[in-house]
Write a protein that binds this ligand. Structure first.
Ligand code: PLP
Length: 413
């Protein structure tokens, strides 16, 4: 362990929009003049929610089920989710520790605010979803980054090395965004033991739970289902955006480890949202009834992975097919270009949009007085680009072919 962190802070105005947002904006601008643009930059799936979801959403809005409700969400939905967590995820919880949130993004943000403390550090993967970093900074955490192995899975030894006495939280995201890494049981056990030994809380972001391709998805909270709630350490975060594709509905949920965290979450959630949208929660109930769609969506994304990404493995751009999720990080460093340069050329000359890797490994820099000066892009992921493989299959295959073509062209120059 190294020494305790010095005082520091980050203001919202000093934290830039993520590179995901930037890519989104640039691609939309480009698309106006190039309608055939192939968009592999954003995780918007080719499939849509079951019709019953939209019908129930509209019915709830039309028949007056659209009033303020409890700050934690509809009891009917929370009870159904407690049941789902038990039977599907083997996670034990209860409605009093379950919060429905407007997307899991708000759930993660609120949770980090509940767990942050003056000077507290959060351990994030060195290559991470940039929103996790924004959320950590906004909550007042000092982010510290742990290494990933060659398959982008967390390295427990590095976690021990970078931890300090100020560490409070370990963030785990499996299957991961951006690299599609899946943490198996031995790794999850190792991470749980380290966190427990040090008295940390774990934030487990399981947004891609329905897209684990090499075996069933494992929730790390299942490891502590027999511990009394006041001693638990895992806070698990889920969403309706991925499995049932309800990206625009904004519906997620958080199963909190301890009753005291639930007390804090009530305050944070009340102050931010009063309560989650009621019609959206009725739509969520309809989605839970139509769970057959999840298997179809899983098969579709897995089929995309197999059809399109093997070309990246064969070309030496990926170490292996991603074990889960919706994204892969291709290593284009052999072209001599950075991820930014490569992405720009791919969009401008080949009409394919991907996201440069540097935005997934940005690091905050601090002034001597402890204030955050800037978020510096680059680092370990600067020779990588992120490809979303949840999109239309034909578009994906064509987009990957063009990407590989550009890599070959640059290598041969
Ligand atoms: C890892 C991860 N967590 C959480 C989210 C948030 O999803 P939502 O707010 O739509 O539930 C996303 C969305 O892309 C994600 O990739």
């Amino acid at each position: 362990m190294t020494q305790t962190a010095s005082p520091w802070f980050a203001r919202a105005a000093e934290i830039p929009s993520s590179w995901l947002y930037e890519s989104f904006r640039i691609a939309n601008e480009r698309e106006r003049e190039h309608p055939d643009l192939i968009k592999l930059h954003v995780g918007e799936p080719a499939f849509t929610p079951p019709d019953s979801v939209a019908k129930e959403f509209a019915a709830a809005a039309l028949d007056g089920r659209a009033r303020y409700i409890d700050v934690q969400g509809l009891m009917e939905l929370r009870e159904r989710l407690v049941d789902k967590l038990d039977t599907v995820n083997h996670v034990d919880t209860e409605p009093s520790r379950l919060f429905v949130t407007p997307g899991s993004c708000q759930g993660l943000s609120a949770l980090m605010r509940c767990l942050a403390d003056s000077g507290a550090e959060i351990l994030l993967p060195e290559i991470h979803w940039p929103v996790h970093l924004q959320q950590a900074l906004l909550a007042g955490f000092r982010p510290v980054f742990y290494k990933l192995d060659e398959h982008f899975a967390p390295d427990p030894e590095s976690i021990r090395q970078v931890a300090t006495p100020a560490t409070r939280v370990l963030l785990l995201n499996t299957p991961s965004n951006p690299a599609g890494a899946v943490a198996g049981l031995p790794l999850q056990r190792a991470l749980y033991e380290i966190a427990d030994e040090h008295g940390w809380q774990i934030i487990s972001d399981e947004a891609y739970e329905d897209f684990a391709f090499s075996g069933p998805h494992l929730s790390i909270a299942a490891l502590e289902r027999d511990r009394p709630a006041p001693e638990r350490i895992v806070n698990s975060v889920f969403t309706f955006s991925k499995g049932p594709a309800m990206t625009g509905y904004r519906l997620g949920y958080v199963a909190l480890s301890r009753p005291e965290t639930a007390t804090a979450m009530r305050t944070v959630q009340e102050s931010c949202i009063i309560a989650p949208s009621a019609p959206v929660q009725y739509a969520g109930l309809a989605a839970l009834e139509a769970s057959g769609a999840l298997a179809d969506n899983h098969d579709f994304v897995r089929g995309n992975r197999d059809a399109a990404l093997s070309a990246l493995v064969d070309e030496g751009l990926l170490p292996a097919l991603p074990g889960g999720g919706w994204y892969a990080m291709a290593d284009i460093s052999s072209t001599g270009l950075t991820g930014e340069e490569f992405s720009a050329e791919l969009m401008l000359h080949h009409d394919v949009v991907v996201v440069p890797g540097s935005g997934f490994s940005a690091r905050p820099e601090f002034d001597p007085d402890g204030s955050m000066r800037r978020l510096k892009p680059g680092g370990v992921a600067s020779g990588l680009v992120r490809i979303a493989f949840c999109v239309d299959r034909e578009q994906l295959v064509t987009g990957v072919e063009r990407l590989v073509g550009l890599v070959r062209e640059k290598r041969d120059q």
